[in-house]
Design a protein around this ligand. Structure first.
Ligand code: C2E
Ligand code: MG
Ligand code: MG
Ligand code: MG
Length: 288
């Protein structure tokens, strides 16, 4: 009887483990195959000047074209890629693809590439960036690397050193998702950032709460006095844009200006911006 109970418990445990473990193992196996077989693609989302509506650049955002599950967003696989040691080859592919694509664009605007904490911690990463700029022929000043606060916290000295080495390649550095982590405005003085991207969560409540606009005002003011470009993420409507303009935010990104699209749709996006001011397009209010 005792023996029977034991087996029963084990069978139950095995079954429960089965569901989540198998899912995870399959995901791992699929992700390894995806890296080997190149099942990724990049979408590009425009970043605009708040004052003029001119195109400032594009952010490269990775997607996984899964053979059965269709398009998988980065939030569903970047973390796993980091955990199982696949972020290095995946990140290398993203960097190369983005630089090679940007080198073909009709206008020399910037391309922003997201860098994970693991990539930044790899002491060979600055060499990879330098080599990629060289092999793709992209002007270094056109590359911007987006780094989250979590990549900086663990070892401040090492992170500072990595950012300084990256800046020697000629690229610029942005702090991504500002305000979501354990960040402080002090980080803006400690690290050599060229840009701060204010997280979407603050923009979302901009018209609703006094707190959000106070935070945006503090960040844009601090950036302004330090010579850092402030960029707002997730701008979806005119009301938010009007607030950002009032707070003298320099750049903005969000569905209001364009969703992330694949490379073959970029000619249409460049054409849309060719008039110089996307804010005067149909459906957009003219600046006051
Ligand atoms: P992120 O770098 O903060 O990128 C902005 C995210 O906000 C993108 O989601 C974008 O599609 C979304 N977004 C842009 N405008 C709006 C808007 O107006 N409203 C709303 N609701 N969302 C908007 P996505 O593409 O799903 O990427 C999510 C995150 O995955 C990125 O956040 C970034 O942290 C990470 N990621 C994306 N590509 C890469 C990559 O190549 N490498 C690494 N390490 N991480 C990446
Ligand atoms: Mg980003
Ligand atoms: Mg961001
Ligand atoms: Mg964000």
């Amino acid at each position: 009887r005792a023996k029977h109970d034991g087996r029963g418990r084990f069978a139950f445990f095995e079954q429960a483990m089965d569901a989540s473990m198998q899912l995870r193992l399959r995901m791992e196996r699929d992700l390894r195959a995806a890296v080997d077989q190149g099942q990724f693609l990049l979408h590009y989302q425009p970043i605009v000047s708040v004052a003029t509506g001119a195109l400032a650049g594009f952010e490269a955002l990775v997607r996984w074209r899964h053979p059965e599950r269709g398009m998988v967003p980065p939030g569903d696989f970047i973390g796993l890629a980091e955990e199982i040691g696949l972020i290095a080859p995946l990140g290398r592919w993203v960097l190369e693809r983005a630089c090679a694509d940007a080198a073909l664009w009709p206008r020399p605007v910037k391309v922003a590439v997201n860098v994970s904490p693991r990539q930044l911690a790899d002491s060979t990463f600055p060499d990879l960036v330098a080599a990629t700029l060289k092999s793709t022929g992209l002007a270094p000043s056109r590359l911007e690397l987006e780094i989250t606060e979590s990549a900086l916290m663990h070892n401040v000295e090492a992170a500072k050193n990595a950012l300084l080495r990256l800046k020697l390649t000629g690229c610029s550095i942005a702090m991504d998702d500002f305000g979501t982590g354990y960040s402080s405005l002090g980080y803006l003085r400690t690290f050599p950032f060229d840009k701060v991207k204010i997280d979407r969560s603050f923009v979302k409540h901009l018209a609703g709460t006094k707190e959000s606009s106070a935070i945006i005002r503090a960040v844009t003011g601090m950036c302004d006095s330090l010579g850092i470009i402030s960029t707002a993420e997730g701008v979806e409507n005119q009301e938010q844009l009007a607030y950002l303009r009032e707070e003298r935010c320099i750049e903005a990104q969000g569905y209001l200006f364009g969703r992330p699209v694949p490379m073959d749709e970029l000619p249409a996006v460049f054409a849309r911006f060719a008039g110089g001011n996307v804010l005067q397009m149909d459906g957009f209010a003219r600046p006051a």
